[in-house]
Write a protein that binds this ligand. Sequence first.
Ligand code: FA5
Ligand code: MG
Length: 438
Amino acid sequence: MTLLIASLRLGRLVPSHNLTCLTRHLSVKATYKPGDKMTIAGKEYLVDHMNNITPHLLSHVGKNLHLQKHHPLHHISQRIIKYMYGRYLSPRGNPLFSVHTHLHPVVTVHQNFDSLLIPKDHVSRRKSDNFYVNEGQLLRAHTSAHQSELISMGLDNFLVIGDVYRRDEIDSSHYPVFHQVEGVRLFTKSELYGSHQNMEEFQLFAKGEPGSRQPPLHHPDTVQLLETDLKNCLMDLANTLFGKEVEMRWVDAYFPFTHPSWELEVWLNDEWTEMLGCGLIHQQILCNSGVSDKVGWAFGLGLERWAMKLYEIPDIRVFWSTDPGFLTQFTFDDPATPVKFKLVSKCLPCINDISFWIPTESEFEPADFYDLVRDVGGSLIERVHLVDEFTHPRTGLTSHCYRIVYRHMERTLTQEEVNQIHHIIEIQAADTLGVTVR
Ligand code: FA5
Ligand code: MG
């Protein structure tokens, strides 16, 4: 990353006459070429043509905010663990759930997609949506990537907590790196129906076609019991963390790996915000993992969203701040300490638009532009989104206009500072994406 940008992030200013040499430096941006080795969280990987991990993104890997002692993501994950430990106990009074917080973020395409029955042509596999290391490996897009291997290892009740990576748009509740908590709970027939006197009369599965090779479908009673246990678990978690009055609602959803599936939304920053996805684990996944005699549920929640609600943090970028004004607000040992985040200063944003013609012969993806903007502007980028698109009636050329909202977390940026970064983005976009800035 250049001196200019690094200095801006540290809150210092570099005189504008440095701009020419800095932009020249930027245009020979370091990227990995096929055959190169890339070190990710202490492990070396061979890069191929699929690699799209930018240096800026790479600088986030291994930070493990969820493991940093006084970080809000650590506090809230401790509270979720404590809640799950207390809720599900063995007959001897020990917690049923095991907790996995150190699984390496690079996973195989098989783990992230195939093991979860995500079809080969599913849009979620696209290069424009993920950060690939090479053809066979990527930075996990969700903690569900670990479900199958942990179930195969014989685990019935577990949480996975870790960093996940997606080439999403940036706004106050989306960031390309965030943290998820995955919960999985499996039941044998006697665990699910054990409390019924006439357990023999109940069935885990509905009667299928004789001789069918399809995995069995859940019996409607099984669906009912699993759905109730899952939803109560998650609503009680929300009530435990946010209080009894919190407004929430269930929305039907679709995931290839659960059926039925739901999302839980909570009223946050004046809108309904999706806090988690969940559902009953597709029986095929359990059969493939060697446990065809059990049924179960799973959920995946976005830790930042939960922490934003709990601590009233208005912007997801705040979690990456190393500013003492932020971190000292969370310097306490008991994770249950009630605290509401106070914005150190609400610095004003600066908004600049960029318009360009898309090259006719290229497969231009907005995600490539979003990465470029983030790579140049780092944490100064609050939001980048497409505001206008049109095709010229005569030339057939398409133009995109993107709005970039710049905001420093600790001070107000000057228009001149923003113009410098904006100019570098224009040069880089022309250089690396082949667009023609208008
Ligand atoms: C999933 O990732 C599924 N694996 C969840 C799941 C697990 C479903 C197990 C069923 C069974 P989704 O893409 O909706 O689903 O993400 C889950 C949660 O992560 C969201 O509800 C949201 O809270 C959070 N999230 C998603 N994208 C972002 C983002 N860009 N920034 C911050 N949080 C995000
Ligand atoms: Mg979702």
